[in-house]
Design a protein. Structure first.
Lengths: 277, 277
């Protein structure tokens, strides 16, 4: 069930100088893929995310989920799309409704009218999927940022989505919390959930199987991490920064040093350089 | 700012915690009415005993319970003093020309102080043993007959629970803003009341702006999770009256009716007092 953008343009309504956040974007997000959308602030990546589940509707062009357009006024059709395309936002404190974690997770299924017994099962599933089962009856207030974000993911999982959009969900977290959230995302991807990760940290893109770079509302790069990372100059032109080992590797390759063209971690790169003759 | 206990849940695994919140809420309402019908010390003692017994069963340390009274110490003192000087009757103690203390004044002052403390204690037990979420659910359930006259009961309950959830977050933010302003030389601690109030303006403005931004994001997150106040939602937590709720109701009614019996039908307190003479 791909998400499909066809010549999508989105303008934020304004009295004068309407801001065009997304310009003529066409793309398709395949089932079960792990897509990372990168771009600097104001590149239109968050707008793109909100177009995916009808929170925003395109000014022109069409977004379809499972062949159904998001440009509808019917609440029922919109809800069907939002159930399939779940979304986690940047600030965990600003997306939680309840004071107890299990109530928070029940909120989505309650909105969908899921029967009571099944909500219990869904809470069990969602909490174990993010590894927070023991916190079921706690308050989210005292958790760390990474844990709060995992609860926010669980709250979406309880709606049984097919796609999980993480809209800069790691931006406010410390490295540890970011690691926790990414691990959960990878784990869910293995279980068949499509992940759309929106970020301005390029190192997160190394985990994806497709990287899309946005700049000024347009898709400017699109490919596997290897393909995108090779073009260091373009990446920097679009206001992004390669992770250190990949930046070093890209420079070395440009200088004609025969390194393998792939994504390196620090230790892998060190080893590869040592093996050079 | 963080030691206000009123409205803060104290988790233990007691029976009182597990009672139906509706029963607890109704008991508190009845209790408040009852307190106003107490006429003499024996019944005050009886109610104090009752409150202490409930807190023992609820496994709430007496220290925690008494802390709630701290917030009204001033109110108690002021009303007691006013009553002490302004109730006329039999002269007990006279000094100078215009200050006289009457027997009735002392009695009034003591009884009012006792009454205020009692009024604080039992409702505090309610908030110490019941989560804000349960309380709003209870209110929603008790107000549900109002749905017949088109009162949006569910929306009101949700607004209340979100407000409750945001209190600690906004408090934290207030502290942060105040610290930031202090770091830039703002002065909140000196000057008269007017100057102090004026010093709060640079705190309130960013606080309000922040609160509106949060509200906006929260609304988006609720939209993304298919919230609609009109759709047929299910409810995960269903409140069911059980045997323990029945027992608790009977106990409360029995205790409260003692007060009314004592006042209107059978003044047994005099008998009890005469036993000691």
């Amino acid at each position: 069930m791909p998400i499909k953008f066809e010549k999508v343009t989105y303008e934020y309504p304004a009295e004068e100088n309407a801001v065009v956040a997304v310009k003529d974007v066409s793309l398709e997000i395949a089932d079960g893929s792990f897509v990372c959308i990168c771009g600097e602030n104001g590149s239109g990546k968050s707008t793109l995310a909100m177009l995916m589940n009808g929170l925003l509707q395109p000014t022109s062009g069409a977004v379809t989920v499972d062949g159904k357009t998001t440009s509808t006024e019917e609440e029922e059709e919109l809800f069907a799309i939002r159930q399939k395309v779940g979304m986690v936002f940047q600030n965990p404190d600003n997306q939680m409704i309840a004071s107890i974690i299990e109530d928070e997770i029940a909120f989505g299924p309650e909105n969908l009218g899921v029967p009571r017994e099944e909500i219990g099962e869904r809470i069990d599933y969602a909490l174990s999927a993010v590894g927070m089962t023991e916190h079921r009856r706690h308050t989210p207030y005292k958790l760390s940022g990474g844990q709060k974000q995992r609860i926010a993911i669980a709250a979406v999982l309880a709606m049984r989505p097919e796609v999980l959009v993480l809209d800069e969900s790691t931006a406010m977290l410390d490295p540890k919390g970011r690691g926790e959230v990414l691990k959960v995302a990878e784990e869910l991807n293995k279980q068949g959930i499509t992940i759309v990760l929106i970020t301005h940290f390029m190192e997160e893109a190394t985990r994806a199987d497709r990287v899309i770079v946005m700049s000024e509302g347009k898709v400017v790069m699109d490919g596997t991490p290897e393909q995108v990372f090779r073009d260091r100059e373009s990446i920097e032109r679009y206001g992004l920064e390669l992770p250190a080992p990949d930046a070093v590797a890209a420079e070395l390759i440009k200088e004609g040093i025969p390194l393998e063209d792939k994504i390196y971690s620090e230790s892998e790169l060190a080893e590869a350089i040592c093996r050079l003759k | 700012m963080n030691n206000v206990v009123f409205g803060q849940y104290y988790p233990t695994d007691s029976v009182i915690h597990r009672l139906d919140a509706r029963i607890k809420l109704l008991a508190v309402i009845l209790y408040i009415v009852t307190v106003f019908f107490i006429v003499d010390y024996v019944m005050y003692a009886a109610l104090f005993l009752f409150v202490i017994l409930v807190s023992v069963v609820a496994k709430i340390p007496l220290k925690v319970l008494l802390r709630t009274v701290r917030t009204i110490v001033f109110l108690v003192l002021i009303t007691a003093v006013i009553n002490l000087f302004f109730t006329k009757g039999e002269v007990l103690w006279a000094h100078w020309k215009f200050i006289k203390i009457y027997k009735e004044g002392v009695e009034h002052a003591v009884k009012l102080a006792l009454r205020l403390i009692l009024l604080m204690l039992f409702p505090s037990l309610l908030t110490l043993t019941t989560t804000p979420m349960e309380l709003t659910d209870a209110l929603e359930s008790l107000m549900s007959p109002l749905k017949l006259i088109k009162v949006p009961v569910h929306a009101i309950a949700l607004i209340m629970s979100i407000a409750l959830r945001m209190i600690p977050i906004l408090m934290e933010e207030t502290n942060k803003i105040m610290l930031a302003q202090k770091a830039r030389g703002a002065d909140f601690d000196t000057g008269g009341a007017f100057k102090k109030a004026k010093a709060m303006i640079p705190v309130l403005v960013p606080l309000f702006v922040g609160a509106f931004r949060r509200a906006d994001e929260l609304a988006l997150a609720m939209d993304a999770r298919c919230y609609s106040s009109v759709a047929n939602r299910t409810k995960y937590k269903v409140m069911k009256l059980t045997l323990k709720d029945l027992v608790a109701s009977v106990v409360c009614l029995a205790v409260f009716s003692l007060v009314f019996l004592n006042k209107y039908l059978f003044p047994f307190d005099e008998m009890i007092l005469s036993l000691f003479k």
